[in-house]
Write a protein that binds this ligand. Sequence first.
Ligand code: SF4
Length: 400
Amino acid sequence: MQIYIHVPFCRTRCRYCAFHSLALGKRSSASSLVRQYVDTLLLELALWGDRLGRQPVSTVFFGGGTPSILPVSVIAALIARIRRYFKLEKGAEITLEGNPESLLERNYLPDLLGAGVNRISVGIQSLHTPHLKLLGRIHSARDAIHAVMAARAAGAQNLSLDLMWGLPGQGVRQWLTMLKEVLQLRPEHLSLYALTLEPGTPLEEDWQHGTVELPAERDQALMYVEGAALLESAGYIHYEISNFARMGFQCRHNLGYWEGAEYLGLGPSATSTLRGRRWTNSAVSLEWAAAVKNGATDEAAETLTLQARVLELIMLRLRTSRGLRVKAYRDLTGRDFLRDHKALIHALHERGLIRIRNGYLRFTRSGMLVSNSILSKFFADTEAKFLETGRGSRGAVESL
Ligand code: SF4
């Protein structure tokens, strides 16, 4: 099993962000708001620890939000609580997402590693200061570099860096030059995300008002394709649409998620999938806290239907460079994936967007670039087959 802990606090809100988080502003990270959150989280861990009974845990991921906003003593207490209630496997991957400004606080990084965190994911986003300002990031490019160097000096051996491409005013050459600078920091892992203009965010409003403009589509495609080629030539494995790693440094937590592992999500808005059931905690802290007190965070859990499991199998496996094992589809549905989606697969193959080899169907790099649109076609195709049957999940297995 894997554990995800959602930390719903940030120092300020970035201008592109639609994640669930609350800006603490000048409030201390030891404010009563944070203390209440931590108390509830410890309770939630105890609740699930008692219910699940010392389950083996292979990965822990502190995500957010900005987990590095929490004092290290809190992270250490949470890890100790996990050790007490679960069987944290030897060599378990323990990741914490952090932003440069908080990671650079005095002794934060050495203490964090001392607390047991062995993978740090640093949100640097860009090394171009005007872009950082445009995004509403509160750190500078220099802070980002210092944070990575400080993490190394503290003994970090598994660093992941988050970067964004497709930013307003960004050119292909500028992006590639920045990637080369980042490579000099020798991260074990890199996540490259395309900027998505989320409705209602300040950056999206700027775009609506015409005060910022995104790079041309062709340039965005070049950023992705040439960026990926650059990282591959530097020895990184492109193992998922947005993720690259040196051999042996793929994120085990995310790989587990993409490969259908069970996970327990703790904290407001966190999702869990355990024993065929799925639930999402309330994003409203007070509601989440009340549900934890009543031991009822999973009250509205849904049993995953066959249709949901099939869609998820397709979506998650196709995100990885290994792709969808056709046999996994057969094991789940009793059906042949290539036959069920024959026309779509043929059209995608003709356009060089997918490849089929050794029993796996996978995206080519051009396919990864338009993965959302391909996935929605597979979804529509699959849903149509379920609708055609007009029957329950068992019937769907027989006639999908
Ligand atoms: S730090 Fe991350 S989670 Fe927080 S506002 Fe910025 S992008 Fe969103």
